[in-house]
Design a protein around this ligand. Structure first.
Ligand code: CS2
Ligand code: MG
Length: 403
């Protein structure tokens, strides 16, 4: 049986940090997994190097489920973003190996394609309503069927999702966290105007999405959801910080705007109530942070029982390795909703050569055995790690708030 002979962690920073686990076997096959946790990368590196890799050596590489259970139950201190990102990376790498050994792309091992392509959404943003409306038009011209729109808020110097770089928005920066200032009142007054303008300009066809990014209370989110109803959003994302899953009951009572949550979730326990009470319409959990393909498959299966569809996170801080794994998962998963696709920079794409390709608003993982992504280690070595933090957010009176 194929044995794991070695494993190593590769940290590279082509414009932003990425962490990749590479697992070697005694049958001249290797697999790779994304282990990137934006702003906390080194915690996952240490977890893998000190606590996971020594246990992997000598294990049978084909025993994906058993190794998942070993790393989950065997850790004692269960769950959390660092632990689950490390487990996710091992899981992705083992699925990559299994696909290569079988001579098939991973989606075939999961059950084959359930669709011809994976519908994706891009990120349009602008300082002003006018600029944001124009940016959405550029994404429509690129062929996107679904576009997330985020705009600056008059009276606030900066806000989430709005950046000078229109294509590769990536918030981690600086040797210490930068500070944003937030006003819910200003935001609630301004955000609906953007979607009114977008529907006036582009009509009913484009799927429009918006990310509230954890910043409202349930009743404020209910108010925003009602204000946005005339514009028929595809989803309103992270409308509240979902530590309190029951809080979404208050939002659900007041609005039919579809709700998406979960990019920061790392296990089914973060979303069990949200799903079984149908408090959300899309679960945003991803391959890299929610236990890999093995656990995301369980979350999706549970979601399918409750009319909840997948909407995997796919920002620039999730590497092309995660995108390759996610696309294999999305091509198969029966209750697919949408996949986020913020493009990576050419430097990043060069470090991570991949099969997936974009056409008319859809991505396809390609048919190369495994995940369809690799890492150019020589090139990766040219970009040394640079510590970077996600921003923090305060209210105008200085109170710490959710970024
Ligand atoms: C965002 C992300 O893509 C999204 O929906 O929430 O940009 C998120 O802020 C980053 O991935 C955090 O690292
Ligand atoms: Mg988000």
């Amino acid at each position: 049986m194929m044995k794991i002979t070695d494993a190593k962690v590769i940290v590279t920073c082509p414009g932003r940090n990425f962490v990749t686990l590479k697992i070697y076997t005694d049958e001249d096959l290797y697999g790779i997994g994304d282990a990137t946790l934006n702003g906390r990368e080194k915690a996952v590196v240490a977890y893998l190097e000190e606590h996971v890799i020594p246990c992997l050596i000598g294990m049978q590489a084909d025993r994906i489920e058993d190794i998942w259970q070993y790393l989950y139950r065997g850790c004692y201190w269960r769950r959390g973003p660092v632990t689950m990102t490390a487990i996710s990376a091992v899981d992705m790498a083992l699925w990559d190996i299994k696909g290569k050994a079988a001579g098939m792309p991973v989606y075939q091992l999961l059950g084959g394609a359930s669709r011809d392509g994976v519908m994706v959404y891009g990120h349009a943003n602008g300082e002003t309503l006018e600029e944001t409306v124009e940016e959405v038009g550029k994404y429509i011209d690129m062929g996107y069927k679904a576009i997330r729109a985020q705009t600056g808020i008059p009276g606030l110097p900066s806000t989430y999702g709005v950046s000078g770089d229109k294509m590769f928005y990536e918030p981690a920066n600086g040797a210490l966290p930068s500070e944003n200032v937030w006003s819910t009142e200003k935001y609630l007054t301004h955000a609906p105007k953007l979607f009114e303008r977008l529907r006036e300009t582009y009509g009913d066809e484009p799927h429009l999405l918006h990310d509230v990014h954890h910043r409202l209370t349930p009743i404020e989110a209910a108010r925003l959801g009602k204000l946005l109803e005339p514009y028929r959003l595809f989803w309103m994302e992270d409308c509240v910080a979902a530590d309190n899953q029951e809080g979404l009951r208050r939002v659900r009572e007041h609005t039919v705007t579809p709700l998406a949550i979960g990019e920061i979730f790392n296990s089914i326990w973060n979303c069990k109530t949200l799903i079984e009470e149908q408090l959300i319409d899309y679960i945003r959990a991803t391959v890299v942070h929610a236990g890999g393909i093995t656990h995301l498959r369980q979350i999706a299966g549970f979601a399918a029982l409750h009319h909840v569809r997948t909407g995997c996170h796919g920002a620039t801080d999730l590497s092309p390795v995660c995108m390759g794994a996610a696309l294999n998962f999305n091509l198969w998963v029966p209750n697919f909703g949408i996949q986020e696709y913020m493009r990576h920079t050419p430097e990043t794409d060069a470090v991570f050569p991949h099969e997936y390709s974009f056409k008319d608003g859809y991505l396809h993982p390609g048919n190369k055995p495994g995940l369809g992504v690799d890492i150019d280690e020589k090139l990766a070595a040219k970009y040394p790690y640079q510590r970077a933090y996600l921003p923090i957010n305060r209210l105008q009176d200085g109170t710490m708030w959710n970024w």
